[in-house]
Design a protein around this ligand. Sequence first.
Ligand SMILES: Cc1cc2nc3c(=O)[nH]c(=O)nc-3n(C[C@H](O)[C@H](O)[C@H](O)COP(=O)(O)OP(=O)(O)OC[C@H]3O[C@@H](n4cnc5c(N)ncnc54)[C@H](O)[C@@H]3O)c2cc1C
Ligand code: FES
Ligand code: FES
Length: 469
Amino acid sequence: MATVNHFYLNDEEICTDAPAGTLVLDFVRRHAKLTGTKEGCREGDCGACVVLVGELAGERVVYKPVTSCLMPLGEAHGKHLVTVEGLNGAALSPVQQAIVDEGASQCGFCIPGIVVSLTGYVMQRDVSIDTEGVKTALGGHLCRCTGYRSLKASAGHLQETVGAAVGVEALVERGMLPAYFQAMAECLQKIPPRRSPNGQAAPAFVIAGGTDLYVQRGEDIPEASVHVLNLHPEMKGIVRQDGAIRVGALTTFEEFAQHPEILEIIPEIQDYMFLIASWQIRNRATLGGNLINASPIGDMTILLLALDAGLVLKDGEQARATPITEFYQGYKQLAKTPSEILTEIVIPVPDASTKINWEKVSKRKCLDIASVNSALRVRCEDGVIQEAALAMGGVAPVPLLMTRTNAFLTGKPVSAETVEGAMPVVQDEIAPISDVRGSADYKRLLAQQLLMAHFAKLFPEEVSVEAFY
Ligand SMILES: Cc1cc2nc3c(=O)[nH]c(=O)nc-3n(C[C@H](O)[C@H](O)[C@H](O)COP(=O)(O)OP(=O)(O)OC[C@H]3O[C@@H](n4cnc5c(N)ncnc54)[C@H](O)[C@@H]3O)c2cc1C
Ligand code: FES
Ligand code: FES
């Protein structure tokens, strides 16, 4: 018998036995008949389907915009889903009014998703509600007729209306949210937690954020048995312990990039996010999903490879640890049994003299998959490289730790000559293929350029880009 899924959809309490793998998008449009949420690509690319997901964090509810075309309904349990219909009080909300005032809507198909994302953006703490700031919110949306200039201009109006408002009370007062939001924390606290059955039933699909799985197998999942990992909050969170940062496999890209422990070792991490997916996808995509999907160009995978992460895998109560360097055995072949779940990623804390950099080149600057990506962790003393961990994606069937290049770099001075000397070693170590993301020759060129970029960024005094031309 299907388990009952209990959550709030706008101001309605919902208890449903609809299959856990059903897409939130389909439930909202077909079952709840809330057709303000639009269906565009069903692949996370257009943003037409964006809804807010509110989750209890202590006494308050934290809201994030996500693409409902990639989220399993089973994960809604205990949460508050908000569609565009749930944002309206008696009048247009200030976000909608700003869009009207700027003439930012023509056919209007993209607008409900954009309204939801912009509202989600002003609900965040510590963000600047200006034209630059709202680019984050608009990043996951495609508008085919109006264009983005007038949408960005709408942000100016929001600054006037919302000002420095934070918290649900203040936003309700300014007409940004309907009053029912104020009672939502109390409503969610009354829903008892539910866990996804693990192991015994050998589910057909294990779903984390669903951002790879639904794109690859979207037709098959809704009717299949699924293990919804996000019903297991113990697989989330980041703590520092015994010289390592332990990251729950369900930690999303955004949670990772905003965490103080991660910011301390990788201060530039938030800048990298601009080149990875969109805010709406990063609110869903997990580190664990990126590693298990085993794409040779997974952005987090390449970073974690350079960081020399350890992986903790569990099968029922049996746990084992494995280094990431032994995890990828061939194209999409993992050193893992089908029933093992990745629960934790363990990152050794680098010492103060270690520098880290990450680079990505893709056909389109934003919201695109890499042609080649790369990360470098390097420790130097007195201008000499003591340890180098260069990882590259898109140049081999697996995410590649460049062991020969790393050995070459170790013990050499930090200089343009050293980087030049490493280039033939890089070329010897990689074996890119031509595909839609670029020819093999182009990827070989990129591999060299990214090596230069790492050193030019990390050591601008010793290695300038001009030295190579
Ligand atoms: C529009 C869009 C843009 C994207 N842009 C990028 C990008 O710029 N860079 C990038 O790297 N990726 C990108 N992706 C791909 C995707 O978002 C990432 O790979 C993401 O990390 C996948 O994580 P997930 O939690 O959604 O995984 P899921 O889709 O839930 O799962 C992926 C696979 O891993 C398995 N799995 C997940 N978690 C576990 C676990 N803990 N234990 C065992 N098995 C598990 C699942 O069974 C499945 O086989 C994009 C995707 C979309 C839709
Ligand atoms: S329908 Fe396009 S992102 Fe969901
Ligand atoms: S207004 Fe038509 S797609 Fe944006």
